[in-house]
Design a protein around this ligand. Structure first.
Ligand SMILES: [Zn+2]
Length: 304
């Protein structure tokens, strides 16, 4: 099968076709000879494919986003692995291979990647926040202050954690895990947090990021089989309270957020977060399912 994407009008259809083939599957190969930006990591799952105008973006679960712009000449085409391409490899600008499929972008003039949190610009803070993996104690304190004094107090804490002007390093998996560890509802407006809450969030984030710097698989809750408390665990029992873990699409980029309504309700009691409870979204995201299936302990449990 080959899917042509010859012009801008087709880009939405192209996005839908690529989404079906790529989302939820792990990256096997990534070629982009003229790439500007960090490449995605082999093995990471594709979480999202979006198109708008002549732009097409692919997002991985480690927070890397690929942006391509077609202008007049560019196109995305989808092939079965091993199938002959309709254009010469000289015209290839990106090739994304997942099990069964290769998505190829030809002749796009703009091919770049960036980290998800770079997309969020916070005009209230002039300079970038410290990197949580390397921050000194003083710099961690500075991150706490930036959370506490965030100039949009209605912004949910789950979004604030992705703002690189608050603290750098937190991606989509970590924010779910951090908020579970802190027993905070992900939709808690940041303005409702005490200074102590903010300190707890930043300390948990720094601890998790540092503990995982050398690991192939993220472990944020070592006492829980699989090492993750809520990410990818929707529909299963919370290890802390036994309630059912939920998943929601939340925020500007509609990234998946996992949480436990039983033990992360602390700021919901004021009636602000009712939409989190009572409207469970139980459908399992394929990316999360495969992410879990790829965890070594799951493989071990299958093979005995
Ligand atoms: Zn719980």
């Amino acid at each position: 099968m080959c899917c042509f994407v010859p012009d801008g009008d087709s880009i939405h259809r192209s996005g839908a076709v690529l989404r079906t083939a790529l989302v939820g599957r792990p990256l096997r190969r990534f070629d982009a000879p003229r790439l500007f930006g960090p490449p995605p990591t082999i093995g990471r799952l594709i979480e999202k494919v979006t198109s708008h105008g002549k732009h097409l973006e692919v997002a991985w679960d480690d927070g890397i986003i690929l942006h391509t712009h077609m202008r007049i000449s560019g196109s995305w085409q989808l092939y079965r692995v091993g199938e002959k391409w309709r254009k010469s490899t000289e015209h290839m600008r990106v090739a994304i291979e997942v099990p069964g499929w290769v998505a190829v972008c030809f002749d796009a003039p703009i091919v770049e990647t960036y980290r998800e949190y770079d997309q969020l610009r916070h005009p209230g803070f002039g300079r970038l926040a410290p990197d949580l993996c390397r921050a000194t104690d003083d710099e961690l304190f500075e991150c706490v202050r930036r959370v506490y004094e965030y100039d949009d107090p209605t912004c949910p804490i789950s979004e604030v954690l992705l703002d690189q002007h608050v603290a750098r390093g937190v991606g989509n998996v970590y924010r779910s895990e951090i908020l579970w560890a802190c027993e905070l509802s992900p939709l808690t407006p940041v303005g409702e947090l005490s200074f102590g809450d903010c300190r707890q969030v930043i300390n948990a984030a720094a601890r998790m990021l540092r503990a995982n710097q050398e690991r192939a698989y993220r472990v944020t809750a070592a006492e829980i089989p699989g090492g993750l408390a809520v990410y990818g665990r929707n529909g299963t029992r919370c290890a802390r309270c036994g309630d059912t873990v939920l998943v929601k699409r939340i925020g500007q980029f509609e990234r998946l957020l996992y949480f436990c309504p039983g033990c992360q309700p602390r700021h919901q009691q004021r009636g602000l977060q009712n939409d989190l409870v009572g409207e469970p979204e139980m459908d399992s995201h394929p990316a999360a399912a495969i992410f879990n299936a790829d965890l070594p302990w799951r493989r071990d449990s299958v093979t005995g």
